[in-house]
Design a binder for this molecule. Sequence first.
Ligand SMILES: [Ca+2]
Length: 420
Amino acid sequence: MVAGSGKSAGAWGRRLSPAWIGLACSVIALSMTATACADQRDESGTGSSAITAGSSDGRTGQDGQTSGRRRLKLHRVAGFNRPVEVKSAPGFPKLMFAVEQEGRVLVVRRGRKLARPFLDLRGPVQSGGERGLLSIAFPPDYRKSKRFYVYYTDSTGDIRVDEFRRRTAVRARRNSGRRVITIPHRKNANHNGGQLHFLGRNLYFGTGDGGGAGDSDGNAQNLRSLLGKMLRIDPRPQGGSPYSIPASNPFADVGPGRPEIFSWGLRNPFRWSFDLTRPKRPRMIIADVGQDRFEEINDVSVNRANGADFGWNAFEGFSEFDGGGARDSVKPELVLTHPKACSVIGGLVVEDRKLPALRGRYLFSDFCDNRIRSFRPGPGRSARARSTGLSVPQVSSFGANRRGSVYITSLEGGLYRLAQ
Ligand SMILES: [Ca+2]
């Protein structure tokens, strides 16, 4: 990242500020005890000012107390080198895959990290700041097809999605790589987006606006650019093409936009997820890192997201940024205000029955604030975030295994499992 330039250069890779270090719960404490440290700011009653409820009048929400009779805890599972994602794979319920920013994917089997990496892409991946290997995704037919996908920045800074195949359950074929899509991204090192998820056979991924600050190139609202977008493709080769376009994409056949575009108006959707609580009505919850004032979390049905404008850079949060206007853009469900928040880290909706305090709630955090918080998502709700009482320094992502157990990664190295 570009040092010392704060928000404009460091969406989620911002350097530690002294104030932040003072407030953070140390990773050593987390690793030595079964119970994570409580968040001091919640106890002091000053923790609510960073959250604004999801309404345009900007009223301030309240952080609640830790919910449930049994306390939530974080168990340290394993350590990695700057983990940025943790994923599970269909058909392999005992495995978790941890993505290291530098370019490796490692396997955790029944709670134990395996020494040999699943995949090592440290050669082609350019890592550092916000760049690196940022995501992995396994399609529903992974067990049979053996195909999976990775999202990374290459030696030029361009964004790449490549396909690989597994050799065994715990080892990929390094030489099976196939380029699916390359998205030019050489101008700035920041805002690379970076998370892949499958819904059915289609692969969705969010890209950043091209970096710098303020989207000075106007990419997010430019329907001829693949930057600042949620994209959707079927990543299997078809008719000589490395991927195909789902017929229901908004610009699949005609229109002003590139056919890969699913949604636009995003700044840097570094972490986002599907909410499959109601499988017939899937939702997308997109945490979009903000500029200098507001972090935002958007919660819409997949149907609504198809062809939707999430506002940037006309709006930052609810506030006009460049132009504003009466456009029909999606407004955030929840906004976090600076300076306490700096880079929202999107999480997931908890489905684990063993986490009754959080079941049905959306977990998230912020890279500077680093408290783990939640709200109840869904249509027609005004989101009210409350604290879990837990903090993870340099929090980088949330993931779940096939049974719904929730995991959290820290750039400091820790992979934690949430328990109650
Ligand atoms: Ca927005």
